[in-house]
Design a protein around this ligand. Sequence first.
Ligand code: FAD
Ligand code: MLT
Ligand code: ZN
Length: 470
Amino acid sequence: MVLRDAAQRLRAPTDLAGALAAVVGAAHTLSDPGVVSSFTTDWTRRFQGPARMVVRPADTAEVAAVIRACSDAGAGLVIQGGNTGLVGGSVPAAHPGPGGPPVLMSMTRLDGIGPVDKVASQITVGAGVTLAALQKAARAAGLEFPVDLAARDSATIGGMIATNAGGVHVIRYGGTRAQVVGVEAVLADGTVISRLGGLVKDNTGYDLSQLLVGSEGTLGVVTAARLRLVPHLPERAVLLLGLESTHAATELVAHLRTRLSGLSAAEIFYREGMELVCRHSGLTPPWPEPSAVYLLIECSGRTSPLEEMMEALSDLEVDDAATAVATDPSGIERLWAYRERHTESVSALGVPHKLDITLPLGALGEFEPAVRARVEEVAPGSTAILWGHVGDGNIHVNVVGPGPEDETVDFAVLELVAGLGGSISAEHGIGRAKTAWLGLSRSESEVAAMSAIKTALDPQGILNPGVLLA
Ligand code: FAD
Ligand code: MLT
Ligand code: ZN
């Protein structure tokens, strides 16, 4: 028996390669090491691991056949969309398990965009459609897909559903979960489940579509999604304010929430981030004297939201010398660039430790200085750059300095967050980066329940092994 298993393992790679080529075509089975390696390192360059080969199925039937072939061969399968995820979930583990390196399945060929259903304000798209392509299709029909994030040109809808991506408009519309009406997905045994009928109300038992949202490719492979669209609001106004502290920013956002009907983003960043972004991107700072804290507020509507914005600020003491406003597209883009270019600027500095956390809003003022002190304590001389979606209590703590495999700073920050009642992942997920610390945010019984669901749907553990659940 042991000998037979060993013989099967030895035979599996070549047999599997043939089986996969028969499913997707030889042109879409990639095994050249140079080509494969471009899929096996993540966006941050912190996570990488070997893959047997890359397969690029074209549709749901091919996805199902790929999964069945891997299941028959006992091979693990890593699912990849745009590979913009920031927790290592879209690439293989650095050290493969006893079954050897997994197959990497790229979903980008599932890029069909259905017609906009104007009656329902919904659209059905393939999992490999990029966020930018979806936004374009929605806008052409006078509508909008309300989730937005800086990786829009590469991030796919499948990846956004798998990670329950947040982005900059959660404060107004909620995250990806809130936009998902239903999904089509292939389970680990190759069966297809599909809820693409567009029913907004449907109380017929477990909501399997929502179970897949945020499951990080561990329970099923999303192949298509039915999504909610909202009205496109053509008039926008963006305000950038210099403030003294995080506490001042959370107080101001609390005030603006009660006054601004069109509030669509409330973002925070700090002096060190502004200086880094300007250095890296060649942008000129918005005003000569640097501020300690920058708060970016966006409002949108059918008519200009500027008047409402100015009125909401009129009863506050605002420093005119540290205020910038834009209502035209290029001015708006310029103000957003200070915020959106943080991710690439930090990566240009080194391989970052990215700790995407969320806290009760009332605790952010205390957390910001505390986390800087903690980072300096455990990783002296490193650079900490913070920014985030302040309206959601979501701060991105980025630390450059410690080696990619040194997890001291990761643990120190996440432990601090848990102690203040926060969560170790706000919007990026657990991936491979945070599996060891899931217990800081989830109780033992919750992790046991999640493991039971995983075992029920994927008893062989072939989908994204080592992601989310250790
Ligand atoms: P990938 O990186 O390819 O995969 C991410 C995870 O989803 C992996 O676990 C993968 O296995 C799984 N997966 C992918 N496709 C499928 C599928 N079809 N079925 C099942 N599982 C699948 N994230 C935010 O939440 N908010 C932000 O504001 C934000 N801004 C970003 C800005 C930049 C510049 C970058 C580089 C990233 C940003 N991200 C942000 C992170 C990232 O863009 C999101 O996590 C996005 O949802 C990942 O999509 P993807 O297609 O690239 O997925
Ligand atoms: C952001 O808000 O900028 C993104 O989540 C990406 C990041 O954290 O780097
Ligand atoms: Zn973010």
